[in-house]
Design a protein around this ligand. Structure first.
Ligand code: MLT
Length: 406
């Protein structure tokens, strides 16, 4: 008799964005003519940067000829891309980084979900609440989260609450934790940590020998000067942090798939006996065993985002989405909503009318306004009473959505 991983029975039967898609599809079937505007999942709406498309066409042509054809590539990513990442995303900010600390992948969803493979299930895990659901779900699948409770939390997770009363800046845990998921700029609230605020987490991790799992998928959307783009801008972070970055939102790769994870060489975790082991070595082992590399064509497309034209095109896309974010902020404020985010991130966190739950308000907006948002409660208990608006839509849709919200 084959036995299942029973942790899968404990988690909600459907992933957050799958459930939203189900409800939207149902409405679309019931009302085929409904002009639904999608501001739910953070999926980009602009086409790829021209520089990336041209690079893909060139790479495809290479694949046509025996002399230039490439089969399996290095699982960790081609040197041309790892070098471009080091030089453009880190060295320009004065951060020391070597190519073998960069692991190219097919997405930060996979990387943040898979990173748990290299950590013991005995670790105590802390997760910002609200947070990207992958962090909780994958820890629950691995058996690290304990049991689901009646309030929708997990018995063994430590929740780092980010809410209006603490200005969305979670306090350091009062108990010792081993793994800490931080996402800044934050998904879903769109809020950020300053350098000083982030330094507290680095100091905590250094003191407690914890590891910070820092999801920086939205760093390209930062507009304010005191917001760190990389956790390695903070002194000592190389000893305690893994950083996740993605081309998905930055350069429109949600369908093309490319991301990378930084595991510094001097980052250590411990055996039960207290022996220090380099996480770079473990992640390399995991990556080379379970992943066969992002496609050559896609890596060329990602590399092209660092060319002068690519950079300009990416910047234009980000500006477009951030203008949407401004329109949403302004539209919702005018309509009387309490809102957060949207300044350093493409998400606006809006308070539902008093007494309405996130899911009820989500359903109301879907049925009455034909607007798809994301219910805050889907990101954790502290998200209850909020919905998230994504700024990744087309301009006309964003303007129309705000008209409907008036
Ligand atoms: C989101 O909407 O939170 C993200 O798009 C989901 C993802 O990146 O997987």
């Amino acid at each position: 008799m084959s036995l299942i991983n029973e942790n899968f029975i404990k988690i909600p039967s459907s992933y957050l964005f799958s459930e939203i898609a189900r409800r939207v599809n149902q409405l679309q079937q019931e009302q085929p003519d409904a002009a639904i505007i999608r501001m739910g999942i953070g999926d980009v709406s602009l086409p790829l940067p021209e520089a990336s498309v041209e690079a893909m066409l060139r790479a495809t042509e290479e694949q046509r000829h025996r002399e230039t054809f490439r089969g399996y590539g290095p699982e960790q990513g081609y040197d041309f891309l790892r070098k471009a990442i080091c030089e453009n995303d880190y060295h320009t900010r004065g951060i020391q980084l070597e190519m073998d600390e960069v692991f190219v992948s097919d997405g930060s969803k996979s990387d943040t979900g898979n990173i748990g493979d290299i950590f013991s299930t005995a670790n105590k895990v802390a997760i910002t609440d609200p947070g990207y659901p992958v962090y909780v779900d994958t820890n629950a699948m691995a058996g690290r989260a304990g049991e689901p409770t009646e309030t929708g939390t997990w018995s063994n997770l430590v929740y780092l609450k980010a809410n209006e009363s603490n200005g969305f800046v979670p306090a350091l845990p009062t108990e010792k934790v081993d793994l800490i998921y931080l996402c800044y700029p934050n998904n879903p609230t769109g809020t950020t940590l300053t350098r000083d605020q982030l330094k507290k987490w680095v100091d905590y991790a250094r003191e407690h020998k914890s590891i910070l799992l820092f999801d920086a998928a939205y760093e390209a959307f930062i507009t304010e000067p005191d917001v760190p783009h990389s956790i390695y801008e903070i002194e000592g972070a190389r000893e305690v942090a893994i950083e996740f970055r993605s081309f998905s939102k930055t350069a429109g790769f949600t369908g093309t798939r490319c991301a990378y994870t930084i595991v510094p060489r001097n980052l250590m975790a411990y055996t039960k006996n207290g022996d220090a082991i380099a996480l770079n070595r473990l992640w390399n082992r995991r990556h080379t065993t379970k992943f066969n590399g992002t496609s050559y064509i896609v890596q060329r497309a990602a590399e092209a985002t660092y060319s002068p034209e690519g950079k300009a095109q990416v910047r234009a896309m980000i500006n477009y989405y951030m203008e949407n974010a401004r329109i949403i902020r302004e539209g919702l404020s005018k309509a009387g909503y309490t809102i957060y985010g949207g300044i350093n991130a493409p998400y606006i966190w809006a308070k539902a009318p008093q007494g309405m739950s996130s899911w009820n308000y989500f359903d109301y907006l879907l049925k009455e306004k034909k607007l798809v948002t994301t219910p805050g409660a889907g990101f954790g208990a502290s998200g209850e009473g909020f919905v998230r608006f994504s700024a990744f839509g087309q301009r006309e849709d964003t303007l129309e959505a705000m008209k409907r919200m008036e």
